[in-house]
Design a protein around this ligand. Structure first.
Ligand code: KMH
Ligand code: ZN
Length: 275
């Protein structure tokens, strides 16, 4: 087995869900920091962050993003990864400006994908500009892959611009999005086989694909992402009570696989992220 321990990322909020429909969703800064503390305790090492405004709507407000990075660093040891995907309605300039909040890491999606009834836009010139900015500003990207074609764009990006800041390639397979790749073991194995040789990777399955994707990822030597951004049902008919319970379950599965959760320091070492 290539990886002795399991990196667990929590994605607690996302940009798609309404607080009114999902009351357990962390949307204020206090709720986010509290969630982050609980999730670190439960075994997470990275937090993938989307923030909300005073009305709980998704926002990429620069001041709020800076405050969020600061508060998460004060309150936890977690690696702070800001989303540059935002919501499907966010303009490219705002998404690029996310890096000005100086997070440890950021997401970088490797291509456009149908996203339910919407389209999540990541054209090649935008990908390139975002990637070069991560290199210039010293932010470690995580390459988000929603489809096999995104892996081809990842190779193209690395060939053209060289390795990421920190020197290590880490990917996240986002599986089961309506419009993207399926969330099943056969698809996971196919996509992982196309990744750069030296890359590490995690996987998350949207909705009901969450649990099968976790089992497949652990069996294939990968890492895990969980959270209410991706899953709001713990089991059939039972809503998720908190992000921490999703992290706890991921940690139990990782223990069973004899690859226990790694702490933030070990994750930093693996990903090339300085303290
Ligand atoms: N909210 C989705 C449109 C990312 O964070 O980089 C995009 C997303 C990916 O969540
Ligand atoms: Zn996201």
């Amino acid at each position: 087995m290539a990886n002795a321990a399991t990196l667990i990322t929590v994605a607690p909020t996302g940009a798609e869900l309404d607080k009114s429909a999902v009351p357990a969703l962390p949307v204020t800064l206090d709720e986010l920091v509290m969630t982050a503390k609980e999730c670190q305790q439960a075994g997470a090492a990275i937090i993938h962050v989307h923030i909300r405004d005073a009305d709980a709507r998704p926002t990429l407000d620069p001041g709020r993003l800076k405050d969020t990075v600061h508060a998460l660093r004060e309150g936890t040891d977690l690696i702070v990864q800001l989303s540059t995907g935002g919501a499907v309605t966010d303009p490219y300039e705002r998404r690029l400006a996310v890096l000005d909040a100086a997070p440890d890491g950021c997401s970088l999606t490797c291509g456009t994908v149908n996203f339910g009834d919407d389209v999540f836009m990541n054209p090649w010139p935008f990908m390139c500009e975002l990637y070069v900015r991560t290199q210039e500003l010293g932010v470690v990207p995580e390459f988000e892959l929603f489809d096999l074609g995104h892996v081809a764009s990842l190779h193209r990006l690395l060939d053209k611009y060289g390795p990421p800041f920190g020197g290590h390639v880490h990917c996240d397979l986002v599986m089961g999005v309506p419009g993207g790749m399926a969330g099943d073991a056969a698809t996971l194995v196919r996509v992982v086989g196309a990744l750069p040789e030296e890359a590490t990777w995690s996987a998350t399955g949207i909705g009901r694909t969450s649990v099968p994707v976790m089992f497949a990822a652990l069996a294939a030597g990968g890492h895990l992402r969980v959270g209410m951004e991706d899953t709001t049902t713990y089991s059939r008919g039972r809503p998720v009570a908190s992000n921490a319970e999703l992290v706890s379950r991921a940690g139990r599965l990782a223990d069973l696989a004899q690859r226990p959760p790694m702490g933030p320091d070990q994750a930093r070492e693996m990903l090339g992220i300085a303290r």
